[in-house]
Ligand binder design. Structure first.
Ligand code: FNR
Length: 479
């Protein structure tokens, strides 16, 4: 058994000698040397970046379950991993996500209260104060009178779980398998097109990638990014990530973006089907608040050789020209007739995002999709819809063994467990991690993900569901 440790503040490295874990008699972190740091990996321009992975400490024989952080002013993510996972650079099973609670309480005993909120309502309220009003409004708002996005959240309330007693849940396993990847948890970060604008340095996509490394929660990197997908992938390092494509009208541009994503090492392509046009968003319309039209999040286009050729290389620095060309090329009207083409342009797993009808799920699978992504875009694209979670069971039933990913309205670890109980293989987090980015960059987003995982893990422990299979077998009841 090994223990892998990540620390967020590279400047805190000298403090490491003071950092020990109770209950890990065989682990001596004073002997740990830096194995690598992000500085080595992505270059000096990110000198103020956070994160460093330490040498794997040999913890054979250590009683990990009782490990409690002694010093808690260092923010750490830790979990035991196997040799095999270590060699592949990813975390593995039995992560004690719920231990984050102990970490927070122990810090409290030393008068250190959590730096970031531990519940969604406070998180959103704090993010409202941290983000520029236009960015916050753009993230928070949705389509029409926003009924669908409100229902997405509320609908989780009418599903309930029944606890089981006398089940040994001292060890929980939240790991999943997805396209041959063994992931320590079922969470992923949904693609969010303005992530880049949500940190003060305007490199929120890279902060999200670092949060992914810190938590081992994979990221879906959006097409609409402030940094080119290659830089996002380099920041992810060994951590598997996925690339989300808004299919442009121009096929050569679509193929170029996919080839770049493959070359950069992404492990799957997520094609969003629900945005051939942008929906009717009154909050954005009222104040002409559409970041792309002001030239934001265009890095994947301006760095693309096909886009550059179409536009003329010199014009790539001309914001107006870029935006005009982006408007002209954004949003291919996809039909099922395009599936053979989409399937043919990547060897990577193909994930179709935005599928809510069982017939569409079946058709997607028949046409070669490797996964179905049930989502209504968080209610941002079409109003008047059914809550996403209420559509999940039929999509799962239609999908057979094909994995179904899910997002829209997930605000807590409890929501995560309910989505798993209803058949989701993996559960996407959207707005919550963006608010975490706004409050604390990579560390803030990692905190949000860790809270969700801790709540899910502890709920499983209390409800008598040691594994995700148990969660699924227990199911949910409509109340
Ligand atoms: C999104 N979403 C999205 N989806 C996508 O495929 N590509 C993208 O670039 C974006 N951009 C984006 C921006 C913002 C501000 C939001 C809030 C959402 C949709 C996203 O992936 C996911 O489906 C929703 O965020 C899920 O809803 P909740 O849980 O965030 O309400």
């Amino acid at each position: 058994m090994y223990l892998q440790i990540f620390m967020d503040q590279i400047s805190l490295m000298p403090a490491l000698a003071k950092c020990r874990l109770k209950g890990l008699r065989n682990a001596n972190f004073e002997d740990c040397n830096l194995e690598y740091s992000f500085l080595d990996r992505v270059g000096p321009e990110y000198a103020n970046l956070t994160g460093a992975s330490l040498k794997y400490a040999d913890c054979t024989g250590a009683d990990f379950q009782s490990a409690i952080l002694k010093r808690t002013n260092l923010y750490m993510a830790y979990w035991p991993i196997s040799d095999e996972a270590k060699s592949r650079g990813i975390g593995e099973t039995h992560a004690p996500f719920g231990d984050y609670k102990d970490e927070i309480y122990s810090a409290g005993l030393e008068e250190v209260l959590p730096q970031f909120p531990v519940d969604y309502r406070t998180l959103e309220a704090r993010a409202a104060g941290a983000l520029p009003p236009s960015v916050f409004s753009h993230v928070q708002s949705g389509c029409g009178d926003e009924t669908t996005q409100i229902r997405n959240v509320e609908a989780f309330g009418h599903w309930g779980m029944t606890p089981r007693m006398m089940v040994d849940c001292s060890k929980r396993d939240l790991s999943i398998e997805l396209f041959g990847l063994k992931l320590p948890s079922p969470l992923f970060m949904a693609p969010i097109g303005v992530t880049g604008m949500c940190t003060q340095d305007s490199h929120g996509d890279l902060a999200a990638a670092r949060a992914s490394v810190l938590t081992r929660v994979p990221m879906m990197a959006t097409t609409l990014s402030n940094d080119p997908l290659e830089t996002v992938a380099a920041t992810l390092g060994d951590m598997p990530g996925f690339f989300q494509l808004y299919v442009p009208k121009d096929k050569a541009l679509a193929e170029s973006l996919i080839q770049r994503a493959e070359a950069a090492g992404f492990k799957g392509i997520v094609v969003s089907l629900d945005a051939p046009v942008i929906g009717w968003r009154p909050r954005d319309l009222k104040s002409m608040n559409f970041p792309e039209l002001r030239g934001h999040v265009m890095a994947n286009y301006t760095s693309d050789p096909v886009f550059q050729t179409m536009l003329g290389k010199a014009a790539v620095t001309d914001r107006k020209a870029v935006v005009q060309h982006w408007v002209a090329t954004f949003g291919k009207e996809l039909t099922w007739a395009d599936m053979p083409w989409l399937r043919s342009i990547t060897k990577l797993p193909l994930i179709l995002k935005g599928i809510c009808h069982p017939d569409d799920a079946r058709r997607a699978i028949d046409s070669g999709a490797d996964a179905i992504y049930c989502s209504n875009h968080g209610g941002r694209q079409a109003n008047g819809g059914i809550a996403a979670i209420d559509m999940l069971p039929a999509v799962v039933a239609a999908s057979g063994d094909t994995p179904v990913l899910f997002d829209s309205g997930v605000r807590s670890g409890t929501d995560v467990v309910k989505a798993l109980a209803m058949g989701a293989r993996a559960v996407g987090i959207g707005r919550p991690y963006v608010y975490g980015l706004a409050l604390g960059g990579d560390v803030g987003a990692a905190h949000v993900l860790k809270c969700l995982l801790a709540e899910a893990d502890l709920l499983m422990a209390v409800n008598g569901y040691p594994t995700i299979s148990d969660v699924r077998a227990a199911g949910v009841t409509r109340q």
